[in-house]
Each structure stands twice: as C-alpha cells, then as structure tokens.
Design a protein around this ligand. Sequence first.
Ligand code: ZN
Length: 259
Amino acid sequence: MRTWCTVDTDDLRHVPTHQGHPTRSKAKETLPDYSSHLKDGFHQFRQWMESNEVAVTLFIIADQCNNMEFVSTIQDLETTFGGRITIGCHGLTHRSWSAWPEDSERFSEDLQQATSILKHHFPDSFRPWFRAPAGYISDWMASILSQQKYTVDTSVNPSWLVRRKASPSVKKVVESMESSGILERKWKTRFSLPTCGPAQHILGLRWNARQAWKGLGNPLGIDELHCVEDSRHEIATIYWHILDHARVNGRWSPPIKDL
Ligand SMILES: [Zn+2]
C-alpha cells in the first residue's frame, strides 16, 4: 500500500491549548502571526524536500495568509517543487469544531472564506481536500463540505484513544462523509494507537508510531497523487507538522522511507 504524506502548517498560536477550544484554550499572551519557529520549520522542510521526490499535501489554516511573508514562503515552495506541492484546507482559524455545539452556519461561512483565500493565493496547487483543525470533526460537517465541492476529508483518527474528537462517533462521521460523497482518508494507526502528528513525539506512543511509519509503503509521487481522490486505491495517510522540522535543532525528519 502506498503512503500519502500530508503536513499541517499550524503555527504556535493555533494549538488548542492556546485558542479555538472551549475548555483547553487558555491564551494569555499574543503570539506572532508567523513565528520564527515556524520559519525555521519551513527552512528545514525545504531541505528535506530537496533530499527526495515525495509529493506532499500541505494543510494550511487560511488565517496564516494574512501574513504576506507566509504567503511568499508557500509560493516559493510551489515554484521550487511544482506539482510535488498540493494544498488543502485546514480551516479558517483552527477552531476545534466538534468540541463546540453544532454551528453549521458558521462552519459554512468560515469554510467558504477559507477556500476563497487559499484559491486566491495558490490557484494551481489548491485541492478541495479538508482536514479538521486538531482532528475535531463532526458528522454535520460532511454535507457542508459536499456543498462547497470538497471531495476528500482527512480528519478521522480511528484510534480508541482519541475517539471522543469525532462527534458523535467515528462510525457516524465516516457514514456521513460517505453519504455526502466525500472520501474519508483516515489517519494511520498501529495496534489501534495513533501514529500521526504529536504521537511521533509523545513518550508511550512514539515507539509504536515510529515503527508504524518505518513499515509504510513508498510515498505517492506526483504521478500517483490522483489516487488520493479515488476510492479504488487504498492508501495509508500520515501527517506531521512543519513545526516538527524545527525539532532537535532542525535535524528532525519524518521516519519514513523516501524516494
Ligand atoms: Zn492543526
């Protein structure tokens, strides 16, 4: 089975402990629009891209595009790596939707705004692919994604450990996506434990998570990216963060076989 590599561009100000969640967010300080940490991450990410042929989908939070230096960073990546870079939507503001009461109207407005911002700045690389901020996905979001012509959702972490993030349940979210004509690309798990994002670094999860990634099939290259939207192709979906590339003094890279 081939692997779809996806990378979320979240900055420090987007994490749920800072904003977007009804109980976890306790923001005290104002963090920068585009932090030096994230800039370091992009710098190292670019070097990693230069060392292989992997095609990567970046999931961008549209509010990051208020900063023109951020927009230029992404446009430079598009220019350098061409079709190896595609862009999906990671929300307008990284709101943890399923942690709040249902709000279809606001989600619809936010999604519309986010989509038009991303299409405006990255017309060639944009794809109608969605990832719910912090994996907080609800079944009622599916019909709105479908109305706005999204074809793929990749928000579901099918691990028992974080199942409460999918509302009302993983099963209901997946069914709802399917009946709305949206292909759900669930995140890779191993022994029913998470392997993506923070799981690569959390003590108690990281050994299993790294083993899982080492055993993955080759990442999709440019010519195979169409498989993402095609339900006949089973693929393994993994994600990490641009910020991860700033770890270990910039020496971190995803523990996968690259091309
Ligand atoms: Zn995120």
